[in-house]
Design a protein around this ligand. Structure first.
Ligand SMILES: [Zn+2]
Length: 675
């Protein structure tokens, strides 16, 4: 299977159209269809062969055409019209959501553990009963899988030169307990009554399904890359995550619509994890105010600009989701909006996609078992670490235990990473080569809860501190960065004793007592006692290893106390001999540093501010310019610095191994190219 270089500016064109809607494609004109995309700077479009209502949009012998279509081969006409103007088509089909298959074959439906059939509201992800309006799930372990393969083969025979085949929705709302799955589990010696077994069977059988489709397709079409959607999972439990599934995909597509359930924290975490694989990466956002299916919902221009440059700044090609209205005519204002975004970004994309990350810090994903979901995030500690690093303009990647640690100067083991012997060996090698390891709270314990890193820091781990919250008092060295007071640590932390030679940089001041029914003080936490020499340590350093007793990263994600970030910053400054980028950018800016495919170093500075203006959606409306930005980048022997968008040369000073310059203005984003 080839691993293609995808077009940089794509559209993912949904067409989930109910059978009761009349006049399908009655306003479709192939030349006009293609020219709207062309004018908007679009290079590739993913077209639909079959949607979630189950209808096919081409002459089919295995499926069912939409009953009211006015154009027999809508897919073919769209496909050829795009090719005529040099736009690359790819093709969409669906797996678990097919309403037609669901109503014709109720025996194929997925079942919940409590016996109800599986049905879901797309936006809220709520489970629905028989009278709710939402998608039913058809089980990939039922004979339906043969229909998916047959239809995929049929449409690929019609368009064997497609860029990729997008197979959507390979997930269950909860692990399936239908008769097909119960039978499959029993044959494998698993217990269908056990939620753990159903969970394991769900991801194992999904992988078997991917292999089934791969094998069925590759006999005829070894060159057509396949993509299975809804498989994105970030977890340090490697076997349960996405890593084993990457080889089953021909491309990797990161669906992440910030105004849908994904939010603005989702994309950077996932983008920075999937960057470590060789696959071509494509990111999905949407033109919608909310998410897929939001007819008449138009995103603000600044938000779309931000979402697209943010993808490209991580080396990820961009795809914007739209839904074709039933009559088949594209919505003009939608493509004015998209055209504004794509026609600006095409001036800078050559520096960014493809490109290679230059990162200095690695965030290790938690390997404690938790609910797996591709939408939203329960990765609070990782997200807290990501936010602090992004706000301080450090360059970081998201890793699991299988990642190559040698690419980074610092590893963050945030709050709860279990260190088994395999991970311990990797950490000892990393540390032995001068790597900095920062752990917090329960990170560093083995599966039995014993401190497993005495070689890196001698420590007596005694469980959780009896007081929660508690206070953190800086030691003399830290006082220069952090105000000399008792800073509340809302989530408490661990109780440890420093071993020989371990330096204590901050201590825990306990409150007079915990807040309980028998005694409490004021509205919130009890105030701190007088500090004493016997107070337990909060922040410890031993050579290149640092340990925070508190769950510093989760606390930052929950409450964002600046004291957490100040302590983290203090440690990074203290231990790192150099950092890649120093600037006076505000914490609202985002930066990436990457190596272009042509060898230059590329700095992208982005500034848009999202604001919670509704109960559920973060909104970006304005492009707020920044002026007089100091850039100080580690870049020995600089020949030139230029603006990636205009090509204009910029004055700079080479100061040892660093290049320094002042940037007059950032309007939304600015890309600098260092040769
Ligand atoms: Zn099932």
């Amino acid at each position: 299977m080839k691993i293609p270089q995808l077009p940089n500016r794509e559209i993912h064109l949904d067409f989930h159209t109910n059978g009761d809607i009349p006049g399908i494609a009655s306003e479709f004109n192939p030349e006009e269809f293609a020219s709207v995309f062309k004018k908007a700077g679009v290079q590739g479009v993913c077209l639909f062969s079959r949607g979630h209502h189950g209808y096919c949009y081409y002459p089919t012998e295995v499926g069912t055409p939409h009953p009211n279509t006015q154009v027999e081969d809508l897919l073919g006409e769209q496909y050829r019209a795009l090719q005529k103007v040099g736009i690359v088509p790819s093709v969409y089909t669906t797996i678990c959501w097919d309403e037609l298959a669901a109503s014709n074959h109720p025996e194929w439906l997925c079942q919940r553990g409590d016996g109800r059939l599986m049905k879901m509201d797309s936006l809220s992800s709520e489970a629905l009963g028989p009278f709710g309006a939402g998608w039913q799930f058809v089980c990939w372990n039922s004979p339906y899988r043969h229909y998916v393969l047959k239809q995929s083969l049929e449409v690929t025979r019609r368009h064997p030169d497609m860029d990729y085949l997008f197979l959507d929705i390979l997930f269950n709302h909860e692990p399936c307990a239908c008769s097909w799955c119960r039978k499959g589990m029993t044959e494998k010696g698993m217990n269908p009554e056990s939620v753990e077994d159903r969970t394991r069977y769900s991801y194992e059988s999904a992988r078997e399904f991917m292999v089934f489709i791969n094998e069925g397709m590759s006999q005829e079409f070894p060159e057509v890359p396949l993509f299975f959607n809804s498989r994105l999972r970030l977890t340090g439990c490697v076997e349960e995550g996405s890593r084993p599934e990457v080889p089953l995909m021909g491309v990797n597509i990161l669906e992440s619509l910030p105004s849908g359930p994904w939010g603005y924290d989702h994309f950077p975490l996932y983008g920075r994890y999937f960057n470590q694989f060789d696959h071509a990466l494509l990111g999905h956002t949407g033109k919608f105010q909310k998410m897929w299916g939001d007819f008449g919902g138009l995103k603000n221009q600044a938000a779309l600009d931000f979402e697209v440059i943010r993808m490209m700044s991580l080396g990820v090609a961009a795809s914007i989701g739209d839904q074709l209205p039933p009559r088949g005519k594209l919505d003009s204002p939608t493509y004015e909006l998209i055209g504004n975004t794509y026609n600006r970004v095409k001036e800078v994309e050559k520096w960014l996609v493809p490109s290679t990350a230059i990162d200095e810090v690695g965030i290790l994903l938690s390997n404690r078992q938790k609910e797996l979901s591709s939408v939203g995030t329960e990765l609070d500690s990782e997200t807290g670490a990501m936010k602090m690093l992004a706000q301080m303009q450090y360059q970081y990647a998201v890793l699991d235990a299988e990642s190559d640690f040698s690419l980074y100067k610092v590893l963050i083991l945030a709050d709860g990473i279990i260190v088994d012997d395999a991970l311990k060996s990797k950490l000892l090698v990393f540390s032995g080569n001068g790597g900095i390891i920062i752990l917090s709270n329960e990170s560093g314990l083995d599966e039995e809860g014993r401190w497993n890193l005495n070689e890196l820091m001698p420590l007596n781990y005694m469980g959780q501190h009896p007081n929660k919250p508690y206070y953190v008092r800086p030691g003399n060295e830290l006082k220069e960065s952090l105000q000399d007071t008792d800073h509340v640590q809302y989530m408490g932390g661990s109780l440890v004793e420093a071993g020989r030679g371990v330096e204590v940089l901050a201590s825990i001041t306990p409150p007079y007592f915990n807040r309980e029914w028998k005694h409490f003080c004021s509205h919130l936490q009890t105030p701190p006692q007088l500090p004493s020499e016997n107070d337990a340590p909060e922040l410890l350093q031993y050579g290149n290893t640092v340990y925070f007793a508190s769950p510093l990263f989760e606390c930052y994600q929950n409450f964002a106390p600046k004291s957490c970030r100040t302590m983290f910053s203090f440690i990074l400054e203290k231990l790192m001999d150099t950092r890649l980028l120093k600037t006076n950018l505000p914490t609202t800016a985002e930066t990436t540093v990457r190596k272009a495919s042509t060898g230059e170093t590329v700095l992208t500075m982005i500034h848009y501010i999202h604001q919670r203006r509704t109960n559920t959606i973060d909104i970006i409306e304005d492009e707020i310019p920044l002026y007089d930005i100091d850039v100080d980048l580690y870049h020995p022997e600089t020949i030139s610095v230029s603006d990636g968008e205009t090509g204009e040369s910029l004055d700079f000073i080479q100061d040892g191994k660093r290049v320094k310059l002042k940037v007059d203005r950032i309007s939304g984003y600015r890309v600098l190219v260092f040769a």
